[in-house]
Ligand binder design. Structure first.
Ligand code: ADP
Ligand code: MG
Length: 380
C-alpha cells in the first residue's frame, strides 16, 4: 500500500486498548475507549468528548458494563426512552452468552465440552454450536494458526503485573500434541461437540466477544435503533450513519498507545484488533511475552505487532484477526486470497511495516505517512 498524506478531519473515534494488567483472570483485563479530536492526536490527556467537538451532531446515548473480562460499551443515536431498555437487553444478552461461552466457569457449555474430552459428545445450545463451528472454520482456513483447541496451553502463562510467569520448554512440549482442531467433532443434527482426545480443551477467547457483539447489535436493530457503535475487548461494531457520514474506527499504533495511524470508515461492519501490546510484559532481555500463542510452538507470536480487520460479522472478524496475527502478514494475505470470506485487513509486521489486503484503501484513511518500505513512524 502506498503512503497517503494525513488528511485533517474534524472528529473521529479512537479505540484504545489499555495494556496494563490483564492476565489469566478475566477480571483483570482493562479496556478504555477514548474520544479524540484530530488536533489532539498526540495526547490522550487532551481527549475531547465527541459532543464538544461536533456540537451539530446528535448526542449519543452511551452505557458501559463489565463482562467477559473486559468492558463493553454501547453508543446509540436514539432517544433515551428507546435507547435505555434496548441497551439493557443487549447487555443482558452478552451476559447470557458469557454464561455459556466462558472458559472460566466450570458449569458453562464450553467447560462441559472440555470436561468430557475423550469421553463423550456434549449437547450444546445454538450459540455455542455456532461459535465452535466458526472457530473450526477459521482453524481450517488458517491451517491451524488459529486453533480453537489452543487451550491445552491454558494456565502456562501469567501476564498480570507481579505474577508474571513463563513456562519452560519441558512444560510446553507435552501440551502441544493436544492442540488439533481436526479432532473437534461436530454433529449438526444432534448439535453436539466432541473433543476426541482426552487432553484437549477449547477456548473461545479469540472469538466469543465478536459473536457477543453480533447478538447485541441484532437486539438494538430489533428495537428500531439503526445507528450504533459497540465496543468490547478489541472488537468494534458499527451500524448506520453517524449523522451525515459513516462511523470511523481508529487503528491504534502498536508501539504508541496514545496515537493511531489510520481509521476505517463503515456504515455496517465489525472491526477486530489483535495486538502484541495487550496482556503483555517485556522481560529483561526485551522480549515481549503476550497472549496470542503460536499453536505449533506454544510461544507468543513474534512476526506481527497488530492486525485490524473489518468484516461483515463479528464472529468471523474476531477469529480472523487472531488467525492473521498468528500467520503474519505474508501468509495471512495468502489466506485471505484462498478463503471464501470477505475481510479487509491492515497488518503491522515485526519491522513495524504496514501491509493491507487489496482494495482496503477505499474505506481506510491513513493518519500518518509511511516511508518507502511502508514503515510506520514512531516505532521505537
Ligand atoms: P483479544 O482477546 O484481546 O480480543 P484476540 O481476539 O486476538 O485478542 O484473542 C486472543 C485470545 O485468544 C487469547 O487471550 C487466548 O484466549 C486465545 N488464543 C491465544 N492464541 C490463540 C490461537 N493461536 N488460536 C486461537 N485462540 C488463541
Ligand atoms: Mg480475535
Amino acid at each position: 500500500m502506498c503512503p497517503v498524506n494525513p488528511r485533517p478531519r474534524r472528529f473521529w473515534v479512537v479505540v484504545s486498548l489499555a495494556v496494563a494488567c490483564g492476565g489469566s483472570e478475566p477480571a483483570e483485563e482493562v479496556e478504555t475507549v477514548e474520544l479524540q479530536s484530530p488536533e489532539e492526536t498526540d495526547s490522550a490527556e487532551l481527549a475531547a468528548t465527541e459532543e464538544e467537538e461536533a456540537p451539530s451532531r446528535q448526542e449519543l446515548f452511551t452505557r458501559s458494563r463489565p463482562m467477559m473480562g473486559t468492558v463493553f460499551i454501547i453508543k446509540v443515536d436514539a432517544e433515551p426512552a428507546v435507547a435505555e431498555p434496548a441497551i439493557d437487553d443487549a447487555f443482558d444478552e452478552i451476559a447470557r452468552l458469557e454464561d455459556v461461552l466462558s472458559e472460566w466457569r466450570s458449569d458453562s457449555e464450553i467447560s462441559r465440552i472440555n470436561q468430557n474430552a475423550g469421553q463423550s459428545p456434549v449437547a450444546v445450545g445454538e450459540d455455542v454450536y455456532r461459535v465452535v463451528k466458526a472457530g473450526v472454520d477459521v482453524s481450517r482456513w488458517s491451517r491451524g494458526a488459529f486453533d480453537l483447541s489452543w487451550a491445552a496451553l491454558r494456565g502456562l502463562y501469567d501476564f498480570r503485573p507481579g505474577r508474571q510467569r513463563v513456562p519452560d520448554r519441558a512444560e510446553v512440549r507435552p501440551r502441544l500434541r493436544h492442540i488439533d482442531y481436526r479432532k473437534i467433532r461436530l454433529d449438526e443434527e444432534a448439535r453436539t461437540v466432541f473433543l476426541e482426545d482426552e487432553g484437549m480443551a477449547i477456548g473461545t477467547g479469540a472469538i466469543g466477544k465478536g459473536y457477543a457483539l453480533d447478538r447485541a447489535g441484532r437486539i438494538l436493530r430489533e428495537a428500531g435503533i439503526e445507528s450504533y457503535m459497540l465496543f468490547g475487548g478489541g472488537q468494534v461494531q458499527v451500524h448506520g450513519m453517524r449523522g451525515d457520514r459513516p462511523w470511523r474506527v481508529g487503528i491504534q499504533h502498536p508501539r504508541n498507545e496514545t496515537t493511531y495511524f489510520a481509521f476505517f470508515e463503515s456504515d455496517s461492519g465489525s472491526i477486530s484488533t489483535s495486538g502484541d501490546y495487550e496482556r503483555v510484559f517485556v522481560d529483561s532481555r526485551g522480549k515481549r511475552w503476550h497472549h496470542i500463542l503460536d499453536p505449533r510452538t506454544g510461544l507468543p507470536v513474534e512476526r506481527t505487532m497488530s492486525v485490524t480487520l473489518m468484516a461483515p460479522d463479528g464472529l468471523y472478524a474476531d477469529a480472523l484477526s487472531t488467525a492473521a496475527f498468528v500467520l503474519g502478514p505474508r501468509r495471512a494475505l495468502e489466506m485471505f486470497e484462498r478463503i471464501d470470506y470477505r475481510a479487509e485487513a491492515v497488518m503491522v509486521d515485526d519491522q513495524c511495516r504496514m501491509h493491507a489486503t487489496p482494495g482496503t484503501d477505499e474505506r481506510l484513511q491513513m493518519r500518518v505517512e509511511l516511508d518507502r518500505r511502508n514503515t510506520l513512524p514512531d516505532c521505537e
